[in-house]
Design a protein around this ligand. Sequence first.
Ligand code: DQA
Length: 141
Amino acid sequence: MGSVLVLNGPNLNLLGRREPATYGSITLADIETRLRAEARELGLSIDCFQSNHEGVLVDRVQGAADDGTALLIMNPAAFTHTSVALRDAVLGVSIPLIEVHLSNVHRREPFRAHSYFSDIALGTIVGLGAIGYSLALRAAA
Ligand code: DQA
């Protein structure tokens, strides 16, 4: 079975101290540790990657075309609402995508309601906090 690539976008490295009322108190390291354990239980291999830089994320998505990645789980963070480049990268590698957001983007500022990824994703999980990544991993399995 191919592996799952979990991608996180800008400012998600600050989870735990970033607007905890919105994003919770769990850190990204904690989320990734949990996902690695869950992937082991599900018999999936997994790689986790975070960057604050759009081009670095584009490069990592392009790399997924050649490293056996079968599915992307991505929280593009602010790039959700801005990045045609990252959308084009996902389309360019033809790897299925599950889009995850910790907060319910539809209950927040109007600019967060539009995503450049939802219409090209297999599915989208929003507003359930960190468990959303685990649910996406179960769906991947
Ligand atoms: C987010 C929602 C985005 O609007 C925001 O820019 C983020 C995080 C979420 O997980 O809820 O950085 O993707």
